[in-house]
Design a protein around this ligand. Structure first.
Ligand code: HEM
Length: 513
C-alpha cells in the first residue's frame, strides 16, 4: 500500500514490513525493548539511555485534552451520494445530482467523559465532515432537531449544569433541573431528552439533524432558508431506562462496538438526507420564529425534500488520529450554503475552530483527517507543528507582484444575507412570532406525536431523574412540577405523583455537594 492510493485521511498510516527492526523516532535501530540500561547489574539508569527516555517521555504525551463536550464519541468514513436535483435551491457543488463525496461522521454523547458509558441519557452528537472539491464542509448537528437554549451566551452555563460539580466532582440532578426550570426555553429539548430519543439503541438507529436554520444560495444568487434532516434507514429504535442502566455496567462501549462491527461485517449503516426549504420572504410571517433553535418547522408547513443517501462504509484505521483528532467546525462553509440569524449558530462559528487550536494545536487542519481534498492556498504560515509551507518562489504576503494566490469572489463562500431588523447593537429577546412560546411545541410532541406507551415511558424517565433530587429541595421540586404542568397539566400532576410516591428518593441538593 503506497501513500498515493490510500484514502486521504489514512495518509498518516505507515506500513512496517515483518522483520523490520524497532527504531527510535529518528529511525535509528534500538538495542532492546526488554531491558533498559543500568550501571552494573543493580545500578541506576544512566540518563543517556536515550531510548528509555524517549519511550517514557513519548508515552507521557500520548493524550491530547479530551473534548470539552461530546468527549465520548465514535466515528467512521463513508460517502454522500446525491440522487435528486436540488440545484434550484443551492449551487453547492457537492449537493448536485450524481455527486458522490467522501465524508467522515462522528457520533457522541454530550456530557460524559471519554470513558463514560454510551448508554447514559443524553442527546447524541451527529457531526459530519464532507471532503468536497470546494474544501471541507462540516455539518455539526445532533440527533434532535432542537436545543436547550437559544442564545450562545447561555451555552457554557448550560454545560456546567450538566457536567461535574467543582467541589464534589459529582454530577448532580438537582443542578440540572435548577438550570432547566430557570430556562423554560429548554422545555422542548428536555421533552425529547426524557423521551425515547434520549436513549437510542445504537448510533445506527437514530436520525441526525443540522438543527439550525441555514441558507441555501443558488447559481442565480436566490436565497432560501434550509434545515437538514438525516433519516436513519435502520429504523428508529431505543433502549428503555432499565436496559440502558444495565448496559452502562455490562457493555459501556456498546454503541462504539456496534458501529465498528456493523461496518466490519459489511452491514453499512445509511441515512437518507432530506431538506426543508422556506422561502426567505415567508420567514417573518411564519407562526414560529424560524431562527429559534428551540423550535422546529412543522413538516406540514414545510415538507421534507429528498436529496440523497449517506452511507458509512469504512472504519477508521486509527481511532486517535482519525476520530479523536478529527476537528469539526460549523465555520467550514462552501459556496451555496450560508448561515442564518440563529444566535446559537453564530456563536458556534467562533467556538469550534478556537477549541481545536487549543486542544489539538494551531495547525490542526494539517492533520490528514482534517485536511481538505481541495488545494489549500492560504497565507497562513508557521506555528507549532507546522509542516506545510509555500515553495520559496511563492509570496508569503498579499498583495504581491509574483502571482501569489488572490481572492476570487465569484468562487468564494458567502456567509448568507439577511434583514438585521435595525442597525443598532441590540440585546434582548428574539422577534416574537404568532405561536412562539417555550412550551407549545413540547405540548404538541407530548400530546400529538407520542403514543400512550411513549408518554408513559416519558413520565417514568422524568420521575426517575427527578427522584434523585433530595426531598428537602421543595422550591426546586415545585418548579419542576410547574415546568411539566406548563406542557400539559396532567403531565405535571403525573410527575408530582410519581416523584412524591417514589420510595427511592435521592440526596442531590443545590449548593455545596
Ligand atoms: C462539540 C461548543 C451548541 C453539536 C462542541 C465543542 C465545543 C462546542 C467547544 C467541542 C469541540 C471539540 O472539542 O472538538 C458549542 C457552543 C454551542 C454549541 C458554544 C452553542 C453556542 C451545539 C449545538 C449542537 C452541537 C446546538 C447541535 C445542533 C456538537 C457536536 C459536537 C460538539 C456534535 C461534537 C463534534 C465532534 O464530534 O467532534 N461544541 N456547541 N453543539 N457540539 Fe457544540
Amino acid at each position: 500500500m503506497t501513500n498515493e492510493n490510500i484514502h486521504p485521511a489514512d495518509r498518516g498510516s505507515v506500513d512496517i514490513p515483518a522483520g523490520s527492526p524497532t527504531t527510535m523516532n529518528s529511525g535509528v535501530p534500538v538495542p532492546s525493548d526488554e531491558y533498559s540500561a543500568q550501571v552494573g547489574q543493580q545500578g541506576p539508569h544512566p540518563s543517556h539511555d536515550v531510548y528509555l527516555i524517549e519511550k517514557l517521555a513519548q508515552f507521557n504525551r500520548e493524550r491530547v485534552p479530551e473534548h470539552l463536550v461530546h468527549a465520548k464519541g465514535s466515528g467512521a468514513f463513508g460517502e454522500l451520494e446525491v440522487t435528486e436535483d436540488i440545484s434550484k435551491w443551492t449551487k453547492a457543488d457537492f449537493l448536485q445530482k450524481g455527486k458522490k463525496t467522501p465524508m467522515l461522521a462522528r457520533f457522541s454523547t454530550v456530557a460524559g467523559e471519554q470513558g463514560s458509558p454510551d448508554t447514559w441519557r443524553d442527546p447524541r452528537g451527529f457531526a459530519l465532515k464532507f471532503y468536497t472539491e470546494d474544501g471541507n464542509y462540516d455539518l455539526v448537528g445532533n440527533n434532535t432537531p432542537v436545543f436547550f437554549v437559544r442564545d450562545a451566551i447561555k451555552f457554557p452555563d448550560f454545560i456546567r449544569s450538566q457536567k461535574r460539580k467543582g467541589g464534589s466532582g459529582l454530577r448532580n440532578n438537582a443542578m440540572q433541573w435548577d438550570f432547566w426550570t430557570l430556562s423554560p426555553e429548554s422545555t422542548h429539548q428536555v421533552t425529547w431528552l426524557m423521551g425515547d430519543r434520549g436513549l437510542p439503541k445504537t448510533y445506527r438507529h437514530m436520525d441526525g439533524f443540522g438543527s439550525h436554520t441555514y441558507q441555501f444560495i443558488n447559481a442565480a444568487g436566490e436565497r432560501n432558508w434550509v434545515k437538514f434532516h438525516f433519516k436513519t434507514n435502520q429504523g428508529i429504535d431505543f433502549l428503555t431506562q432499565d436496559e440502558a442502566d444495565k448496559l452502562a455496567g455490562t457493555d459501556p462501549d456498546l454503541h462504539r462496538k456496534d458501529l465498528f462491527q456493523s461496518i466490519q461485517n459489511g452491514d453499512f449503516p445509511s441515512w437518507t438526507l432530506y431538506v426543508q426549504i422556506m422561502p426567505v420572504d415567508e420567514a417573518d410571517g411564519y407562526r414560529f420564529n424560524p431562527f429559534d433553535l428551540t423550535k422546529v418547522w412543522s413538516q406540514k408547513d414545510y415538507p421534507l425534500h429528498k436529496v440523497g443517501t449517506m452511507t458509512l462504509n469504512r472504519n477508521p484505521l486509527n481511532f486517535f488520529s482519525q476520530i479523536e483528532q478529527a476537528a469539526f467546525e460549523p465555520s467550514n462553509l462552501v459556496p451555496g450554503i450560508g448561515f442564518s440569524p440563529d444566535k446559537m449558530l453564530l456563536g458556534r462559528v467562533f467556538a469550534y475552530a478556537d477549541i481545536h487550536r487549543y486542544r489539538i494545536g494551531a495547525n490542526y487542519q494539517q492533520l490528514p483527517v482534517n485536511q481538505p481534498l481541495a488545494p489549500v492556498n492560504s497565507y497562513a504560515k508557521e506555528g507549532a507543528m507546522n509542516y506545510q509551507f509555500h515553495h520559496p518562489a511563492v509570496a508569503e504576503y498579499y498583495p504581491n507582484s509574483t502571482g501569489g494566490p488572490a481572492a476570487q469572489p465569484e468562487r468564494a463562500f458567502d456567509f448568507g444575507e439577511w434583514d438585521t431588523k435595525g442597525a443598532n447593537i441590540y440585546r434582548g429577546e428574539y422577534v416574537q412570532h404568532a405561536e412562539d412560546s417555550d412550551q407549545a411545541q413540547a405540548t404538541t410532541l407530548y400530546r400529538d406525536v407520542m403514543d400512550d406507551a411513549a408518554r408513559e415511558r416519558l413520565v417514568g424517565n422524568i420521575v426517575g431523574h427527578v427522584s434523585a433530587v433530595d426531598p428537602s429541595e421543595t422550591d426546586l421540586l415545585e418548579r419542576v412540577y410547574a415546568y411539566w404542568g406548563a406542557v400539559d397539566e396532567g403531565l405535571g400532576r403525573k410527575v408530582r405523583d410519581g416523584v412524591e410516591s417514589n420510595p427511592n428518593r435521592g440526596d442531590a441538593k443545590l449548593g455545596w455537594n
